[in-house]
Design a protein around this ligand. Structure first.
Ligand code: ZN
Length: 399
């Protein structure tokens, strides 16, 4: 109980710049670290870090990771890995889907404590979402013996652009949410800080904190799913744009005479690079409703038609991604979304199309200057983990 409130006040202290504050904020963002890593990341002197850590360990806010020497390999003898005390604070991640809400509870040592799906009626309102999640959170905390006063914040992932103040700009998955301010809807119910962002931005945060982009401060996430989305990370920050629209690669309007898109423009990349239409074709062919998982399974089993649909769609997506490459020339591109589960079946034609259409081609430059394109680590639950990351990183930023 005591170290819960102490941790909260240390994390909330943005002004003092005291060593203890800076250390707990970087540990909240990064998870387990050695003293040497903390010194490097905070820029504090080793002796200052040692002194502050001794005090934080004594008061139970920082603890040793059991068997954690492996986790924090340094030069020379193995260093002790330290982490925030898992009992000192929790955070919640939420993802709003079409007819359910996914919930995850994690602690400040970056361990997931509980995960849950809350079934909802389609077109549920923000108020219904807040009430249902609050009830589920209370139940989960009770079942796991957690104290509600350790809650540091709630991260909310939404399938729509979200402006920096938390307002949903356009909402295709949850149409009635356009114009809703997530903070206003959730803060009175939870009484904790609420952080909201677009699902692809959340996915990028998850990959940056724990996945395929660890240690990479500049990269692009490109999501291929029933829609196409993305995120741009620059200098360790997810670019939101002034109204939250940055990285919406699916709505690059490529053909002014093309079909109407759900966003109101014509000829958007999403219409041809997402798996909506290929699945319709596959469903017609097989006479039953096919999902992305079905398409992947069929392709893996050698179904020529399913494989061809994935390859062709990947090639269109790769051509769209090549525009992003020409604009940004990032060192790393992570492919996310459900279709990323197709692995090389998707990646090979996508990379070939990217190489063909982008400006800087891998074959023309030294290996260290090449854009690496890889499948994400958390394609199935990246948005949800990233929602937790919103909270941990919000506290971890040294603004
Ligand atoms: Zn569009």
């Amino acid at each position: 109980m005591m170290h819960e409130s102490r941790l909260k006040s240390l994390l909330d202290d943005r002004e003092s710049g005291a060593p203890a504050t800076r250390i707990v904020r970087i540990m909240s963002e990064r998870g387990a670290l050695s003293a040497a890593q903390i010194a490097r990341l905070t820029g504090l002197a080793r002796s200052t870090v040692s002194m502050a850590l001794a005090e934080l360990r004594q008061s139970g806010i920082v603890v040793e990771v059991p068997g954690g020497e492996e986790a924090a390999k340094g030069v020379g003898r193995p260093a002790t890995a330290l982490t925030l005390n898992p009992e000192a604070g929790t955070c919640i991640g939420l993802h709003m889907s079409l007819d359910d809400i996914q919930l995850v509870v994690a602690d400040v040592s970056h361990s997931v404590i509980a995960e849950q799906n809350i079934a909802m009626q389609r077109d549920y309102s923000p108020e219904e979402a807040a009430a249902a999640t609050k009830a589920a959170v209370e139940r989960t905390y009770r079942e796991n013996g957690l104290s509600a006063c350790g809650l540091l914040g709630v991260g909310v992932s939404v399938s729509a652009p979200v402006s920096p103040d938390g307002t949903v700009q356009r909402a295709s998955i949850v149409p009635t949410w356009a114009g809703v301010n997530i903070r206003d809807a959730f803060e009175p119910v939870f009484g904790s800080p609420i952080l909201a962002d677009n699902e692809s931005n959340c996915a990028a945060i998850a990959e940056m904190m724990w996945g395929a982009a660890i240690g990479c401060e500049d990269f692009v996430l490109f999501k291929i799913d029933l829609g196409v989305g993305g995120a741009i990370v620059s200098g360790g920050r997810v670019m939101t744009g002034i109204a939250g629209g940055a990285g919406e690669f699916g709505h690059l309007s490529l053909d002014p005479d093309g079909d109407l898109c759900r966003c109101g423009n014509r000829g958007c990349l999403e219409l041809t690079a997402s798996f909506n239409r290929p699945l319709e074709q596959l469903s017609r062919l097989y006479g039953r409703r096919m999902t992305m998982d079905d398409a992947i399974r069929l392709a893996e089993q050698g179904d020529v038609g399913a494989r061809r649909l994935i390859e062709d769609t990947a090639a269109v997506a790769g051509r769209g991604l090549a525009l992003v490459g020409t604009l940004i020339n990032p060192p790393l591109i992570i492919i996310g979304g459900r279709m990323a589960l197709a692995g090389d079946i998707l990646l090979a034609p996508l990379v070939a199309a990217y190489e063909k259409h982008t400006l800087i081609k891998a074959r023309d430059v030294a290996e260290r200057l090449r854009t690496r394109i890889t499948i994400g680590k958390f394609t199935e639950n990246d948005k949800l983990l990233g929602a937790v990351g919103l909270v941990l990183r919000h506290h971890g930023r040294l603004d």
